[in-house]
Design a binder for this molecule. Sequence first.
Ligand SMILES: *[C@@H]1O[C@H](CO)[C@@H](O)[C@H](O)[C@H]1NC(C)=O
Ligand SMILES: *[C@@H]1O[C@H](CO)[C@@H](O)[C@H](O)[C@H]1NC(C)=O
Ligand SMILES: *[C@@H]1O[C@H](CO)[C@@H](O)[C@H](O)[C@H]1NC(C)=O
Length: 140
Amino acid sequence: MALTAISLLCFAALLPFPGLGERDDHSGDLKQMYIKVTVINKFANMDVSYPTSLSKGTPMFGVLNHLQDTNKNFNFTYSINKSYGIFLESVNGVAGSTVSNTYWELLSKKGNNINRPNVGIGCYQPEKNENVIMNFTTWG
Ligand SMILES: *[C@@H]1O[C@H](CO)[C@@H](O)[C@H](O)[C@H]1NC(C)=O
Ligand SMILES: *[C@@H]1O[C@H](CO)[C@@H](O)[C@H](O)[C@H]1NC(C)=O
Ligand SMILES: *[C@@H]1O[C@H](CO)[C@@H](O)[C@H](O)[C@H]1NC(C)=O
């Protein structure tokens, strides 16, 4: 069930018309939501938060672009994998590496609970008041 819902979300996010987000009943404008993105790299003692507001339903990829466009202290790079979609490569100049087994992990914090979404930045849609954490970590 989860997988089907996720595929549909990803598909909806690619539709070429701006009918996605929830609209305000009165004005018809897209509803805004507050979220916070936190970049953590414990190897470099980095722990920075970027609060922002943007349209409800915006996928993480859009959130990151919005941050990059509005905040000169945030940047990221990505690549497109033909099978799996958008792959996050670097945040604030720090890139994951298959040599040192490092990558940027996407985590979702709601209250005190931290979860690992099972989709990437192309599909993941944070909810209002969510704290999305980009954690530089290792595997293997
Ligand atoms: C896409 O990702 C998969 C899994 O990591 C990898 O095996 C494949 O080579 C990648 N494809 C491209 C075109 O980078
Ligand atoms: C991205 O951010 C890092 C850290 O602030 C900075 O060193 C780097 O120059 C930035 N890169 C670009 C392309 O702005
Ligand atoms: C973030 O990554 C560091 C380094 O691998 C790890 O020690 C820490 O547990 C991770 N944080 C979370 C919330 O998973």
